[in-house]
Design a protein around this ligand. Structure first.
Ligand SMILES: Nc1ncnc2c1ncn2[C@@H]1O[C@H](COP(=O)(O)OP(=O)(O)O)[C@@H](O)[C@H]1O
Ligand SMILES: [Mg+2]
Length: 333
């Protein structure tokens, strides 16, 4: 069986103007332009199977959106091959469009002034969705989310969360084989994120839709993705199960403690005390990511207890968030 998405040795370069500084520089730029090449995606290969939910991760500027734009046919690769359900996306854009749905977080694809139901009806025409299929997907949507209050609301009057929800529903409307979600949960509150994760999981299950998701939120990854692909500076760093990745970091434990005072400030002080380990703070806990090959957690704890009055503590396995952060910092080896 062939994969729904095949990417082979794909590279994308952009030529960008190297701007010179100051007024003199700007005047020089007028006469002779100095270009440099940015390699946004650097020799990436992967195969994705129908029905997978893949987390496509990497820091800002890693090349995630560029890869997605090539898969959706918006950009042409500089070299290499992409096949999406057997089509070369940039050569066969309208055929490809039938097979895919796309959501770019914070940029709605919907008609701003129209109530959602009108956008849906337009999409029904655009994608030539039959009446029966259309009715059944609307029924499915009604069973999954409370869409009644959204249907008659113009998109511009919606909250960011409602708009994102609507965008996702619109992307799945024509029952595409693949949906690309580029940072769909950015800026959303916790409850809306949870709603959207449940929705994506349900649609993936119900329709066996392949989902490619980029996100900075490890909660999205934990809730949705078994497989993750990590890129940085255009290069692929990792492609496998998230659990497999965690086992690379088997000697790491997260020590969480609570102390008096401002946790953020205290965490900075504690960082100086244990310079080998990353210390961070949220609203509730100070976290110390301990590598037990270097020092046992109990020893770190007793070291900290001698200087701070520790109110509460707990120990956790390394989180996805910590794993990803470490990969960005150090790579996998
Ligand atoms: N249209 C473009 N022209 C020039 N450079 C671009 C363009 N699009 C993206 N880039 C550059 O390519 C790199 C990858 O960008 P992008 O794919 O948007 O990263 P990500 O989505 O992972 O944050 C960045 O250095 C970015 O500045
Ligand atoms: Mg991006």
């Amino acid at each position: 069986m062939s994969s729904i998405i095949e990417i082979r040795n794909v590279t994308k370069e952009f030529k960008v103007l190297n701007r010179r500084e100051g007024l003199k520089g700007s005047i020089k730029d007028l006469f002779s332009r100095d270009y440099k090449t940015v390699t946004a995606v650097n020799n990436i290969s992967m195969s994705i199977e129908q029905g997978e939910i893949v987390g496509y991760l990497g820091p800002n500027g890693a090349g995630k959106s560029t890869t997605i734009k090539m898969m959706t046919g918006v950009l042409e690769p500089t070299s290499g091959e992409i096949l999406v359900d057997g089509n070369v996306p940039y050569k066969n854009r309208s055929k490809n469009a039938q097979n895919i749905g796309v959501v770019f977080g914070q940029r709605s694809q919907l008609w701003w002034a129209l109530p959602l139901i009108e956008s849906f009806r337009l999409l029904k025409d655009v994608y030539q969705i039959g009446d029966k299929q259309y009715d059944s997907i609307i029924e499915l949507y009604k069973s999954l989310v409370d869409i009644e209050p959204l249907l008659h609301k113009p998109v511009r009057q919606m909250s960011l969360g409602q708009r994102t929800l609507s965008d996702i529903l619109a992307a799945f409307l024509h029952d595409p084989k693949i949906v690309f979600l580029d940072e769909p949960t950015i800026g959303l509150d916790v409850s809306m994120k949870a709603k959207i994760r449940t929705l994506i999981n349900a649609l993936n299950k119900e329709k066996n839709t392949t989902v490619i998701l980029t996100t900075h939120d490890m909660g999205d990854v934990d809730a949705l993705c078994r497989r993750i692909v990590i890129i940085d500076k255009g290069k692929m760093l990792y492609d496998n199960d998230i659990e497999h990745l965690k086992s690379f970091f088997g000697s790491y434990r997260t020590l969480k403690i609570r102390v008096d005072g401002d946790l953020k400030k205290q965490s900075e002080v504690i960082q100086k005390e244990v310079p080998d380990f990353a210390v961070s703070a949220d609203d509730e806990w100070i976290s110390v990511l301990v590598d037990e090959d270097k020092k046992k957690v109990v020893d770190v704890l007793s070291q900290l207890q001698s200087s701070y009055s520790i109110k509460d503590m707990k120990l956790e396995e390394i989180s996805s968030e910590d794993v990803i952060r470490k990969i960005y910092e150090e790579g996998v080896e």
